[in-house]
Write a protein that binds this ligand. Structure first.
Ligand code: AMP
Length: 549
């Protein structure tokens, strides 16, 4: 029985936490702020608001209603940003399609989500043609020609995006509805089984935006977001709502730069020409930015960059710091909003030395507001906060996904004992700084010891001449498992097996890792590249398969 509730006067407005409310400040104060697509097309926030109305009118004419799923397949663009708002604001569900999946996986996700309308960039039309016959719910397709002619196709075409927008009315009365309404969905591709659908409500999106913005805006200096920042995403907008950052940028009224397809030279040029100061990406993209800026002789200093999706290798962090970038890590997963911790340096922090600062920036950071972030043993008891005791990260927060779409068993497993189980192993220090040690399934159990693949990777990447590295466990009769390292050399470097082992042995001597963590000589392989998943993470499943071949 609930007691002591406030009884609102009948006329009081309930103010549900809806995506449309993120626009309030943007429109009343920042109407003249700019949004640009590749620096080629430019408009103001007030036109953005009009275009949101136009897109909703276009979709309504196609009979998109409350609860209809509308899929988007596009590069990072103003169209994507418009759909981030217009589709949920109608009460429909935005489905951000991972365009890097195979045609068969995309087919599965489009059918599973029951997408009725698809907004598709011309580049992906051939893929859609390939699977068209098997799409069960698809009714209409809007092609985004992006300044070119609409490619020949046999899709059930409604028209070209800009042509439809030109004809549509900006007046659209966005309704009120329950904040728990499904606003957006996308799929996570686990290492086994079909992709799993994750959905977020309006309330989840708004709460996540508030939590992340609060964290990013609170420090006086460093690793922060402020009014005069210029924002450019470099995480594909199909990936976990690009970590919620586009919503934050609009909520705060920041100039927003949408870079289109990621071409490293263009990203670095846009950063200069548009004055970009704040971005986020996975480690692989950071490496590309560094390489492109070296070739073009561009200055990257002052660029604040959140690295997420995987651990940031310390050598990469150092290379970015050398160029004056302010790089720091975020941690989270598709199911967690995603951002639940940020590696912002504490106020007044004076690093002992460079190495310690790099370690802090590469750590997983401190939990953000509204997140109950625990590291627990198998009985859900907190492990000691001494930076050594390992446990699983379990979470509660208002914006975590409430379960996988249509997968009750997997959902209950995710939420066992009413905590979201991340399957990440971590340690927490006295200062609240968390360090992810490994995924539960990636940790290497060798000779009775648990070896962190992430730690060995970061130490190998610190050996001179190493560009990139991935470490996986391979079955071993005697030890249970042994680590195997796949190493990419820097161009013109000739680092060999012994240099890697010698580099690691130094850390055995200093007791940072155990001797079991050092791969045997025949388990260090030099390769041309490390395979990556569709969202740019090391594909450990594939590497484990390769390791036994
Ligand atoms: P996904 O749901 O595909 O985004 O993957 C989430 C997983 O990526 C997490 O469970 C972690 O294992 C890993 N991850 C994300 N961010 C970090 C980070 N900063 N450090 C280490 N691992 C990370």
């Amino acid at each position: 029985m609930q007691e002591n509730l406030i009884t609102p006067t009948p006329s009081a407005y309930a103010f549900p936490l809806l995506v449309k409310q993120l626009l309030l400040n943007a429109m009343s104060i920042h109407g003249e702020q700019e949004i640009t697509y590749r620096g080629e097309r430019r408009y103001r926030f007030r036109q953005f608001r009009e275009r949101i109305g136009q897109l909703a009118s276009v979709l309504r004419a196609l009979n998109v209603r409350h609860g209809t799923t509308v899929a988007v397949m596009d590069w990072d663009s103003h169209r994507y940003l418009e759909s981030y708002f217009a589709i949920p604001m109608m009460g429909a569900t935005l489905f951000t399609v991972n365009v890097r999946l195979s045609a068969q996986q995309i087919l599965y996700t489009l059918n599973d989500s029951k997408a009725e309308v698809i907004l598709v960039h011309a580049d992906f039309v051939p893929m859609l043609e390939e699977i068209k016959a098997e799409l069960k719910s698809l009714r209409r397709v809007i092609v985004i020609a992006d300044g070119e002619a609409v490619p020949a196709n046999t899709l059930p075409l409604a028209g070209e995006y800009e042509a439809l927008m030109d004809q549509a009315s900006a007046d659209f009365d966005f309704p009120e509805f329950d904040e728990r309404t499904k606003a957006a969905t996308f799929y996570t591709t686990g290492t086994t089984g079909d992709p799993k659908g994750v959905a977020y409500s309006h309330r989840d999106i708004v709460m996540h935006a508030m939590s992340t913005a609060m964290s990013l805006c609170s420090p006086r200096e460093g690793q922060r977001l402020h009014r005069e920042d210029v924002y450019m995403p470099i995480t594909p907008m199909f990936h976990v709502l690009a970590w919620g950052m586009p919503y934050i940028a609009i909520m705060l009224g920041l100039k927003t730069v949408l870079p289109g397809r990621y071409i490293p030279e263009r990203l670095v040029s846009l950063r200069e020409s548009e004055g970009v100061t704040f971005s986020h990406c996975v480690p692989t993209i950071l490496q590309m930015l560094l390489d492109a800026s070296d070739v073009q002789g561009k200055d990257l200093s002052g660029w604040k960059l959140i690295i997420g999706g995987s651990a940031m290798p310390p050598a990469l962090c150092e290379a970015a710091l050398d160029r004056g970038m302010d790089v720091f890590t975020a941690y989270g997963m598709s199911e967690t909003g995603p951002i639940v911790s940020l590696a912002q340096l504490p106020p007044g922090y004076q690093p002992k030395d460079r190495q310690e600062e790099v370690r802090m920036r590469c750590a997983t950071g401190r939990p953000v507001p509204f997140v109950d972030f625990r590291i627990v043993d198998g009985n859900l008891n907190d492990v000691a906060r001494d930076g050594k005791q390992q446990g699983e990260v379990v979470l509660r927060s208002p914006f975590l996904t409430k379960g996988y779409v249509g997968k009750p068993e997997a959902s209950e497993e995710l939420w066992a004992a009413s905590y979201l189980h991340t399957q990440d192993i971590a340690v927490m220090g006295q200062d609240g700084f968390v360090r992810i040690v490994d995924r539960i399934k990636d940790v290497i159990k060798t000779g009775g010891e648990w070896v962190s693949s992430i730690e060995v990777e970061s130490l190998i990447t610190g050996v001179a001449g190493v560009q990139e590295c991935a470490v996986v466990g391979v079955r071993d009769e005697k030890w249970g498992e042994r680590p195997m390292a796949f190493v990419v050399r820097k161009p013109d470097a000739n680092v060999g097996v012994e240099a890697i082992r010698d580099g690691l042995m130094q850390h055995v001597d200093s007791k940072r890792i155990s001797k079991y963590a050092v791969p045997d000589p025949d388990r260090i392989a030099f390769v041309a590249e490390i395979p990556k998943t569709s969202v740019g993470k090391i594909n450990k499943k594939l590497l484990r398969e390769r390791a036994v071949q």
